[in-house]
Design a protein around this ligand. Structure first.
Ligand code: TXA
Ligand code: MG
Length: 359
């Protein structure tokens, strides 16, 4: 049985962490976590599936519930620098200190050398640990109440789009976990940026909720846009394709600024009988005019879905996973998504869409 317990919305809006700590949802969750159980909780990025990061048996339950490959390490969530010092073995270099001051609490995950408190199960055998301090008042209240560092991946079945509401978590993990704390929709909507600044050159491991441009201006250095892989991130067996963030319905990307856009649409996608075409607001009217004039398409065949203005990428990010899940529930044979510039949160949005489009 999976229970959903709601935190009153006004406590979240008013950031009343001390009061959130005493709600029945947090008390029950803290109890479960101390017993070595897993609990799903909201963060500002996406919903997480948490367990005591120092308890290998508890962490094992996360991998089991999600069906996550054992070689993919978890992020550890903390609330303060005192807690950080317990789980890492290195001191903070200048760059890390700047990043911590500028972006914590918030959607930035930083790689550190781990201390003996963190078992191999949490880091998938790596001697480093990924750490983030979430800003969501419910996540903060939960970590403070338990006093535990919480290992938490996104609370979806491995491979599916990440959950941004308690309902998404319920759909994926019902019957597999005891409790979901409902704190309303996650405002950022894409996962944290993961970065390693231990070496000379900063290494981007995943673009996310903190734009690279913001990180660059804080550390005063350019960051290579190529996403580096940890040696643990390979697909688990040769021939097994790496699926991630994927709806069941095939998803492809299309460049609406390409001059041959109409021909590409016709040649490559005509065979699909029902298409969801996800566009930025700026392209919706252009596409409607094309469809009206076109002899190739009927209105039933292509449904235009407006994801928001290309000038408000944060709004697009906040809607992305919810929209992918929603379209997947309707009977489309294809989801086609317009590419957007990889600037600001656009880099995280396009990274998730590229991964979702690998079938
Ligand atoms: O926003 C987020 O980060 C969310 C919320 C719940 O906090 N969590 C999340 O976790 O997205 P997950 O497990 O879905 O993604 C963790 C990412 C993976 O790409 C993993 O490979 C990387 O972080 N990672 C974790 N530990 C690492 C380490 N020690 N070295 C390199 N990469 C690591
Ligand atoms: Mg994930």
């Amino acid at each position: 049985m999976t229970k959903i317990m709601k935190i009153p919305e006004n406590l979240i809006i008013e950031n009343k962490i001390e009061m959130i700590k005493e709600t029945p949802a947090i008390l029950e969750a803290a109890n479960l976590l101390h017993q070595g159980e897993v609990v799903s909780f909201p963060t500002e990025t996406v919903y997480g599936l948490g367990a005591d990061a120092a308890n290998a048996k508890a962490v094992k339950k996360i991998f089991k519930a999600k069906g996550r490959p054992q070689d993919n390490p978890l992020i550890v969530h903390i609330t303060g620098e005192a807690q950080l010092k317990k789980i890492i073995s290195s001191s903070l270099n200048q760059k890390v200190q700047k990043l911590v001051n500028a972006f914590w609490p918030g959607p930035l995950t930083i790689i550190f050398e781990k201390s003996g408190l963190i078992p191999d199960r949490t880091t998938a055998g790596l001697n480093t640990v990924a750490v983030r301090m979430p800003s969501h008042p419910v996540a903060r209240a939960l970590i403070e109440k338990t006093g535990l560092p919480l290992a938490a991946p996104s609370a979806n079945i491995s491979g599916a789009p990440s959950p941004t509401t308690a309902e998404h978590v319920f759909k994926d993990l019902k019957g597999l976990i005891p409790l979901i704390i409902d704190g309303g929709p996650s405002p950022v909507g894409v996962e944290s940026t993961v970065i390693d600044v231990r070496g000379k050159e900063p290494q981007l491991l995943r673009p996310g909720g903190v734009p690279l441009e913001a990180i660059e201006s804080i550390i005063g250095e350019k960051i290579d846009r190529t996403v580096k892989k940890t040696n643990k991130e390979k697909p688990i067996s040769p021939g097994m394709k790496y699926r991630h963030y994927s709806p069941e319905t095939p998803l492809f990307l299309i460049d609406m600024d390409n001059k041959n856009f109409e021909a590409i649409l016709k040649d490559e996608y005509k065979k699909y009988h029902k298409i969801a075409l996800v566009l930025t607001s700026e392209k919706v009217d252009k596409m409607k005019r094309i469809l009206e004039k076109s002899a190739n398409w009927t209105a039933e065949q292509i449904n235009i879905v407006n994801i928001g203005s290309q000038f408000q990428v944060d709004v697009i990010a906040s809607r992305l996973f919810k929209l992918l899940r929603q379209l997947d529930e309707e009977d489309y044979s294809l989801i086609l998504v317009e590419t957007i510039p990889e600037k600001g949160l656009g880099a995280a949005v396009m990274n998730r869409l590229h991964k979702a489009s690998i079938q």
